[in-house]
Ligand binder design. Structure first.
Ligand code: IMP
Ligand code: MG
Length: 173
């Protein structure tokens, strides 16, 4: 059903490297890692274990996608339960597509007065961008392909695949 685009070994190696780079950038500061549900939960679980030193884990929920197309409107489905004022934030996204979700979240979080705001995304599809956003770390840059696995879904399924995959045959076209 799926062809592997990025296998488990490549993901693990990249996540390990990101963890080290992220800790270097934050110095000794405690990092408030904020995962965007649901797509980031698998990546975040691995990423926080690759970041040495003080880390706190929080989550916020958004939804914008139905099937393979964004509905455009970003809805917060689960609010943060913590105060982010004065904290060093690292937002964890599964994938940056149009940029609308990140743009909305960045505005919402920066309005709450954090000490700093940085973003890590597992995947980036820059060719799809409609809103310019800054992403500090990217796991992998990919073409305009719909991907599933490692947390990413198609109508809520396939999040549990350990690899990042595309529908069978997509890569041969
Ligand atoms: P954006 O607001 O258009 O940047 O969309 C970001 C969200 O759309 C991501 O957090 C994903 O949940 C979803 N998304 C975008 N592309 C894909 C994909 O290829 N597979 C699965 N979900 C995707
Ligand atoms: Mg999704």
């Amino acid at each position: 059903m799926w062809d592997v685009l990025i296998d488990e070994q490549r993901i693990a190696a990249r996540v390990a490297a990101l963890g080290t780079e992220i800790r270097d950038a934050f110095g000794d500061d405690p990092i408030m890692v904020i995962g965007v549900l649901k797509g980031s939960f698998v990546f975040m679980a691995d990423l926080v274990r690759a970041i040495p030193g003080p880390v706190e884990c929080e989550f916020l929920g958004v939804s914008s996608y139905v099937g393979t197309e964004s509905s455009g409107a970003v809805q917060i489905t689960h609010e943060l339960r913590c105060d982010v004022a004065g904290r060093h934030l690292l937002l964890v996204e599964d994938i940056i597509d149009t940029g609308r979700t990140l743009d909305a979240l960045q505005r919402a979080l920066e309005a709450r007065g954090p000490a700093s705001f940085r973003v890590v995304a597992l995947l980036d599809k820059p060719s799809r961008r409609t809103v310019q956003v800054q992403v500090d770390w990217t796991g992998f840059t990919i073409e305009d392909l719909f991907v599933v696995g490692y947390g990413l879904d198609l109508d809520q399924r396939y999040r549990n695949e350990p690899f990042i995959g595309v529908p069978r045959g997509t890569l041969d076209r």
